[in-house]
Each structure stands twice: as C-alpha cells, then as structure tokens.
Design a protein around this ligand. Structure first.
Ligand SMILES: [Zn+2]
Length: 498
C-alpha cells in the first residue's frame, strides 16, 4: 500500500504523489517571534521532521522542508514596546530561543530553510504589485487590500462561503472596502518598521509573507503545506486566494493540518482548553524541557495522531517518560548482555537470524504493521503502539537464557531502525540514568532465572546474571530463607554536572 494522506482541501484521504517525481516540497507556517514558544508551536515541526525522515528513509523521496519566521507583525511591535527593547533585538532573541528548542527536540537539522519575512520584502512587494495590476487588489491611501470577492475559489479550504462572511458581523479590516478583504500591505507609522514601496513606507500583512516565501523557496505550486488547524481560516484561505490569483496555478496539492494542543487547567474547572497566548494558559516549552528531555517531548507528541488534539498535561508527559523508559531499559539491558551500543546498530538484515524462528516472523509482521500505520495518513500513534508490543516481546526474549546475542541484537536493531524513522532513538539519552530506567519487572525476571540456575547448581549462569545486573547498577541481596531482594547501588555524585 502506498502513502495516503488526509487533504484538508478535499476532506478525504488521497494517494500521495508529488508534482515532481521523487521530490517533495513542504512548507510549514512557523512562529511569530514575539514571545517564547509553547509546546503547541513545536508540534508542527516535530510532526514534519518525523514525516520528512519517513519520506526520505522509507519512501526514497528527496524532501525540502521550509519553516518561515514571522519577524514583522503587529504583536511583535507592541511586545517590543512593552519590554522597551528594539524590535529587531526582540525578534532575534525569540528566534534563537525557538531554534534552541528545535535542537533539543531533534527537529532543527531537517529544516532546509528558515526564511524570515524581513529578508523577503522585495518578493512580497512584487506579488502585491502583481495583484494590484491584475485588479484583484486595491489601494486605499498607503494600504493595499486583497478583494476576496474577485477570487472565485474563496472558501474552498475552510468551507466558509463568502456570502456568509458578508452577511455576518465581521468587521472591516483597517480601510478595507468589504468584510473579508485583508491587508497585503499597510502603512507604517514613523516608529514602526517599514520599507519603501510603490504605496509609501509600510510593511507586509501576515498572509502575504507566507505566500511569497513559499513561492520563492519551493516554487509556485508546492506539494504539502502544513500548519495547525487554527490556521485554516483565515490564514491559509487567504494564502490560497492571493497565491492562485497571482500565479493562476494551484498553490498547494495537499494541505495537512495538525490538531491543537489542549491543556487541562484548574481555572477552567479541569476542562480541556486550547493552549493559547490570548487565553493565557500557555506552558512555555522551556518548562517542559527543564523536566523532560527532548526525546520524551517528541515521543509524547508523536504518540497522538497528528490530526487529533494533543492533551497536554504534566501527567501526560510523565506517562510518556515512563513509556519511553521501557525502550531505554531494553536498550541498556541489551547493551549489558551483548556489549554492543544499541544506538549504533546497523540496519537489521531483511531476514531474521534462523534461531529466532517464530519470534523472527512475528517481528517482521510487526514491521509490516508499523509501516502500514505510517502509510495510512502518517498514523504515528498506531505505529508507536506496534513498537510497544515489539519492545515487550523483545524484553521477554531477553529474559530467556536461550536467546543468542545475534538474535537479540537483530530484534533490537529492528526496534531502533523503526524508531529512527520517526526521529526517536537517534542517540543515547543525554541524562542516561540507567538505573532509573531499568524497570523492575525485568529485574524480577532475571532474579527468578538466577534462582532457577542456582537450584540446578548452574553457578556460572547464576554468577553471570548477578554480574549483568551489577553492570546495570543493581545489587542483589540473598536473604536467609532463599528470598532475594534487589536495590539500586548508591550513585556517586561525580559527573552530575556533565
Ligand atoms: Zn503561514
């Protein structure tokens, strides 16, 4: 089965075929850099980073991913005033914070370009002028507005009809002649950032920035445009109108919109609310990243299908950390048993080693199911569910004394390989506190095996199990009466700062 993705424009899943065979262009709306990002701003980059890896590593496409930075906008101007700083300085500081968060989440490297609106003013003016020349935009004093009534397909993405808007209570924007008409260019006051243009000194509207950057970096028709659901209207609707009116070509072939982050708050009586700066319930990403590593946050996000709302809570993140801990525990057990670094294992051979027999076959079925989930509208939650099952089974395998290193390494390399398609398990976790992450069940299993070995007077096996556990930071204590208890070795404080 080939990849199918849900296209917001057609409201159904479609077989995915890029415009240029073998190449995929993706544009994702990035942040307005006036305040620190919250987790909702980073959901898109995490999803599209994972999607790009999958398209490249699994489907063999060459993918170009562009994420824009909106560094001229009214909110940025007013925030700079509040803080008493220069607009450029504020934008630069917030942009760097955004990049740092992306790096921690492992979602920075895969973005090919981060164009900034202020670096593309000439391109923006050219499109606005083109729309004025075609009679699709009009000038009022020093402002320019797009006339939505002149674009036939207006509303095709959001399903909103122009008549409804005209009849509704929507207010006129600035000096616009009609509700729904939006600013392509607006006059700047003296203390506001501005550029010379045919209409006087001014700055671009938000919507036109994305059209101009998408066309400049990816071409007039792109394959995929992503963003949060809240951008469908008016932002993406307006992007379509001005772009298609200007080029006469389809702007985007597939629109992919991710669900919004919701947060459960006491203020809202425990109800789930959209996380937004205007509601004032945001959780800055630095807060989440001070407690959890980037891989945990990534795991948390990908564990929900991208089109569904993401229920954000401390408990949710803690559960993600626990779940990810199961994987990390297996990897450290395998490392201790085989002395091989699981994070650097080669891609698993297509065929499992013969000694795995039925288990090997099951692993291949899991791989198949994992890939089918991703082919089905990039269902990462379904795929991760399959990985879970695989990790549980492999953990049980590790607890059996009959398994060979080769067999164990093959099964582990399969888990690592599939996880890497989603940007997981890229490298050893920075805060690799092996002891915390070794789960108790596995230890109990190993103790049982050791006791069984001792009963059979197989002291070599019993000793090697004790030795392996010791490497994992677990000390065994044999109590009178035959019971064995375990505890974590006291860790030295050395290297705590590293
Ligand atoms: Zn945009």
């Amino acid at each position: 089965m080939g990849l199918r993705i849900y296209n917001t424009l057609s409201r159904r899943k479609e077989a995915f075929e890029p415009l240029v065979p073998g190449e995929v262009s993706i544009y994702l709306c990035g942040p307005t850099v006036y305040k620190e990002s919250h987790i909702g701003h980073l959901v898109g980059p995490i999803i599209f980073d994972a999607f790009k890896r999958y398209l490249e590593k699994c489907k063999g496409f060459k993918v170009k991913l562009v994420v824009n930075i909106t560094d001229v906008e009214d909110k940025l101007i007013s925030q700079a005033k509040v803080e008493g700083v220069a607009i450029d300085d504020l934008a630069e500081r917030i942009t760097q914070m955004y990049f740092d968060s992306l790096r921690e989440l492992g979602a920075f490297e895969c973005v090919d370009e981060f164009p900034r609106a202020t670096g593309n003013i000439a391109e923006i003016i050219k499109i606005v002028q083109g729309l004025v020349d075609k009679g699709l935009a009009y000038v009022v004093d020093s402002d320019v507005y797009f006339e939505v009534a002149k674009f036939d397909g207006y509303g095709k993405l959001s399903g909103r009809k122009l008549e409804d808007q005209l009849a509704g209570t929507r207010q006129l924007q600035g000096k616009a002649k009609s509700p729904g008409d939006f600013a392509l260019w607006k006059e700047s006051k003296e203390d506001e950032p501005g550029w010379d243009s045919p209409w006087g000194r001014g700055r671009p509207g938000w919507h036109i920035e994305c059209s101009a950057m998408s066309m400049k970096y990816l071409g007039q028709t792109i394959d995929i445009h992503g963003g949060g659901r809240d951008l469908i209207f008016p932002h993406h609707e307006n992007e379509i109108a001005q772009s298609e009116a200007y080029t006469g070509k389809p702007f985007v072939r597939y629109w992919m919109h991710n669900g919004l982050t919701r947060i459960s708050t006491k203020a809202a009586g425990g109800a789930w609310q959209k996380m937004s700066k205007s509601v004032g319930n945001i959780m800055p990403i630095s807060e989440a990243l001070s407690e959890y590593d980037g891989e945990t946050v990534r795991f948390f996000v990908l564990n929900t299908h991208y089109r569904r709302p993401i229920p954000y809570s401390n408990e949710g993140l803690a559960n993600a950390a626990k779940a990810l801990g199961l994987f990390r525990a297996l990897f450290s057990v395998v490392e201790h048993m085989t002395s091989k670094d699981p994070y650097n294992l080669a891609k698993p051979a297509e065929k499992p080693p013969p000694e795995l027999s039925d288990f090997g076959k099951k692993c291949l079925e899991h791989k198949q199911r994992f890939l089918e989930h991703l082919d089905d509208d990039f269902n990462t939650a379904g795929a991760i569910g399959v990985l879970f099952d695989l990790v549980r089974k492999t953990r049980n395998l590790a607890a059996q004394s009959v398994v060979t290193d080769q067999g164990l390494l093959w099964a582990t390399s399969l888990i690592i390989y599939l996880g890497k398609l989603l940007g997981l398990f890229q490298s050893r976790p920075v805060a690799a506190k092996t002891i915390d992450q070794v789960d108790g069940k596995l230890i109990e299993q190993l103790i049982e095996q050791r006791n069984a070995a001792r009963k059979q007077k197989d002291f070599a096996t019993a000793d090697s199990i004790r030795h392996n556990l010791s490497h994992m930071g677990i000390t065994l204590e044999d109590l009178p009466g035959g019971k064995t208890i375990w505890h974590e070795k006291q860790q030295s404080m050395e290297g705590e700062d590293a």
